[in-house]
Design a protein around this ligand. Structure first.
Ligand code: MN
Length: 421
């Protein structure tokens, strides 16, 4: 079960003649409305709004009941202004927290707001702003058009983008709050938050002691700081709560957003394009690396043993990374048909730019071996061999000549040739 204690205070401030703020608090609802419009119209707008919300919420204490109550307030302010032209142009902000019941009976503090009145949560002395101001400068901060620092002094920081009583459709921010026992909520009009910075608000709103004292010290501090606007503050302190803080922020309205919503979606395409560009660059680098490595690995040919033969291999003899050399053309040259230096050269692998040049190199090595097999015949013992050959030929001729006369009868041609020789 969620329960709170509450204290509330409002003050006209030091400059304004009237107080156009209207506040309300009870055991289950707290409302601050900051009215605007001349000739007492502002205070009528804020009073009509708070009255309609109280009526509506106490009839139906659900989130839908609260939303409907705010929409009813909007219609009533508009119709009052139409019925009373001297009040046309009046409007009001509203910030409220109500203890809403869901269908299962669970009670949750629900915050609704329109305009620049604020809600803060206080826990252990720390302050957190729950509501987002519906002012031109703050909307621009959320769109990235202004920095938060620029917004503090921007001329349009007080110009509202949403208010009750301006249009038939009103866009309402809805936030479901999960609070802990001991948490405080501060609801206030801009007359408080403009005069006191976050540190001062945190200090005064979370001060030990009674809630009434805390609320009064907030209002008097805002007066001391200038009191240029009506000052309103409601403090709620939760005595029991349903669960640790969880905040769901939703906007429920049929009305279109007040500003072109192109800015908030900008980070997404930028992010996607950056990732895509990075992937392309990465792909090119990796692809280029593999292309160069592959090209380098298979850019040359060399001769190597292929069983008993010499083979032509493509690649670097010891391989490059996982690119192992591969046999691209076997040859018919026996590996044993190589001279010792050539075999040495084969092992130290002389690279060739193409298969054809590798093949001609193999042929050259084989030719070297063939020559080495022939050279001893012609050069090491030239005279003896020729003599033997010569003598044997003369001996073979001799019998032929000797046989010749004996076989003269058989062939005349032979005899003729012999006689001619
Ligand atoms: Mn104000």
């Amino acid at each position: 079960m969620t329960r709170w204690r509450y204290a509330a205070a409002t003050d006209a401030g030091l400059v304004r003649e009237t107080n156009q703020d209207t506040i309300y608090a009870d055991d289950s609802l707290a409302v601050v409305a900051d009215g605007m419009g001349g000739h007492a119209a502002g205070e009528i707008a804020s009073a009509l709004t708070v009255e309609a919300i109280c009526r509506g919420f106490h009839t139906r204490s659900t989130v839908e009941g609260l939303l409907e109550a705010v929409e009813t307030a909007n219609r009533e302010v508009l119709s009052d202004a139409r019925a009373n032209p001297e009040r046309s142009g009046m409007g009001t902000t509203v910030i409220l927290v109500g203890l809403t019941h869901d269908i299962t009976g669970v009670v949750t503090p629900t915050m609704l707001h329109v305009g620049d009145s604020r809600a803060y949560q206080l826990r252990d002395g720390a302050l957190r702003q729950l509501s987002a101001d519906h002012s031109v400068a703050e909307e621009w901060v959320r769109m990235g058009r202004l920095t938060p620092e620029e917004a503090l002094t921007h001329p349009r920081r007080h110009q509202l983008t949403r208010a009750i009583g301006v249009d038939d459709n009103v866009e309402i921010d809805v936030m479901s709050l999960r609070v802990q026992a001991g948490d405080r909520l501060l609801l206030c009009s801009d007359g408080l938050s403009n005069e006191l910075g976050p540190e001062r608000l945190a200090e005064l709103a979370s001060a030990a002691g009674s809630l009434d004292d805390a609320v009064l010290s907030l209002v008097s501090a805002a007066r001391s700081a200038g009191g240029r606007d009506n000052i309103s503050a409601i403090l709620l302190e939760f005595e029991a709560a349903n669960s640790p803080t969880r905040i769901i922020n939703t906007t429920m309205s049929a009305a279109p957003p007040p500003m072109a919503p192109s800015a908030p979606s900008r980070p997404h395409p930028r992010f996607t394009w950056r990732v895509a560009a990075a992937l392309v660059v990465l792909g090119a680098v990796v692809g280029g690396f593999f292309f160069i490595m592959h090209w380098y690995a298979y850019s040359t040919y060399y001769l190597g043993p292929d069983g008993r033969f010499i083979g032509i291999y493509e690649g670097q003899p010891s391989g490059v990374l996982w690119y192992k050399p591969r046999l691209v053309r076997p040859t018919t040259y026996f590996a044993t048909h190589l001279l010792a230096p050539a075999r040495q050269a084969l092992r130290s692998t002389i690279s060739e730019p193409s298969i054809a040049s590798a093949q001609s190199y193999a042929h050259f090595l084989y030719g070297q071996w063939v020559s080495s097999q022939l050279l001893p015949v012609t050069s090491t013992t030239p005279s003896t061999t020729t003599t033997t050959l010569g003598s044997s030929s003369s001996t073979t001729i001799a019998p032929t000549t000797s046989l010749g006369p004996s076989s003269t009868t058989t062939t005349t041609t032979t005899t003729t040739s012999t006689t001619a020789g």
